[in-house]
Write a protein that binds this ligand. Structure first.
Ligand code: ZN
Length: 384
């Protein structure tokens, strides 16, 4: 089906009504990484990529690495619940995978895949992907990872009724991806932090060429309501990568690297600022009508900032430096704040909190997951 715009709108509608938006809790809740979902890519009649000699299937490598990773978390972090979207050679739909993670209330979703070069065998290395648009230049929606994104998303075509289930989404049609640009995933910041941890840990080899962290429109990441990354461990089309993944020691080391990244992320995630989960727009509006302004009264932030600090609206956090003229900003002039490995973009700075709240109510019509921050120097504090 070719980009039925009505269906895309419908899809966007489903997205906004079903998405989860983090809202800082009024209390002092602390985050704690209690449940992780590990998702071995492909399975059953979906083999994924196949090695040039046709002997090794992506689905088997992803399962083996995922199982090792799961075992390592279970034995070293007994307080963490580990759930696999599959633990044998079976087919699970992309929406089924996201459902498993959402129903489990998982705090982290890790999808394991193996890459393949469409032509040739020179490409090697690992890459980590979070939800987003990898390229915003011109009309090039997801430039360098086009083949990869289309291939990983194309598994939905294996489902008999995919046109109904995926609301007309056509993985091979670039137009179908436009709606992804409407969203900033609520959990993008944590996703990017974990992705960076994985990128760092995987340097330990055996596949050590880092192809980097990027943001791409993977369906399975978009549907999950928690920090979520997709790891492409290596290239099945590359002789050295394949040899490393075929060897039990190689897979063991890869799983060790993933565990290292998991622990490093968990250490930072646990006890970090609280976010509570709350239904988005529609139900939030309803709640507002039921309890007018109650939330606002509970806010401890001062109405006016002092000594040079300001309130502003954060509309984006990304690992990629953006041009202020980027179409994403819809004409707003953003202020860039570098925060660790992330770039955060703020708009409409003001010293008055209630004025900022008023603006935020308007801005969130365009950026549904934006929120207010207090900016003191380069330090940003999220305001409920
Ligand atoms: Zn795959």
């Amino acid at each position: 089906m070719k980009n039925p715009s009505g269906k895309l709108l419908l899809l966007a509608g489903i997205l906004f009504s079903a998405s989860i938006v983090p809202v800082p809790a009024a209390g002092q809740d602390k985050l704690s990484l209690k449940t992780v979902v590990i998702d071995p890519g492909h399975g059953g009649h979906d083999s994924g990529c196949i090695s040039p000699d046709k002997k090794t299937y992506e689905k088997n490598l992803t399962l083996s690495i995922s199982k090792l990773f799961a075992e390592k978390i279970r034995s070293t972090c007994p307080d963490v619940r580990v759930i696999m979207t599959r633990d044998d050679d079976r087919y699970v739909t992309l929406s089924g995978r996201a459902d498993i993670a959402n129903n489990a209330g998982a705090d982290l979703f890790v999808s394991i895949h193996i890459n393949a070069q469409a032509k040739g065998n020179s490409a090697s290395g690992y890459s980590i992907h979070c939800l987003g648009q990898s390229s915003r230049q011109g009309n090039d929606l997801f430039g360098k990872n086009l083949d990869l994104v289309q291939r990983e998303n194309s598994v939905i075509l294996l489902e008999d009724d995919y046109q109904t289930k995926y609301q007309g989404f056509d993985p091979s049609d670039p137009q179908s991806y436009i709606f992804f640009s409407l969203m900033q995933n609520a959990h993008l910041e944590h996703s990017l932090l974990f992705a960076e941890d994985v990128a760092e840990a995987m340097k330990g080899g055996p596949i050590s060429r880092n192809r980097g962290v990027s943001q791409d429109p993977f369906w399975v990441l978009w549907r999950t309501a928690m920090p979520a990354v997709l790891v492409e461990v290596g290239f099945i089309s590359n002789a050295a990568d394949l040899q490393a993944m075929r060897s039990p020691q190689g897979r063991e080391k890869i799983a060790d690297n993933l565990l290292k990244a998991f622990k490093s992320f968990k250490a930072r995630y646990d006890g970090s600022a609280a976010v509570s989960r709350q239904p988005a727009e529609a139900s939030r509006e309803k709640q507002k009508a039921d309890e007018p302004e109650k939330k606002d009264e509970a806010v401890p932030a001062p109405e006016r900032t002092t000594s040079g600090s300001q309130y502003a609206i954060q509309i984006l956090a990304t690992s990629r430096k953006m041009k202020p003229s980027d179409a994403f900003f819809r004409g707003y002039a953003p202020t860039e704040v570098k925060s660790g490995k992330l770039y955060k973009y703020l708009i409409l700075p003001d010293t008055d909190l209630s004025a900022t709240r008023k603006k935020w109510r308007e801005v969130r019509k365009k950026f549904p997951e934006c929120f207010i921050v207090r900016k003191e120097g380069e330090t940003l504090t999220r305001i409920p």
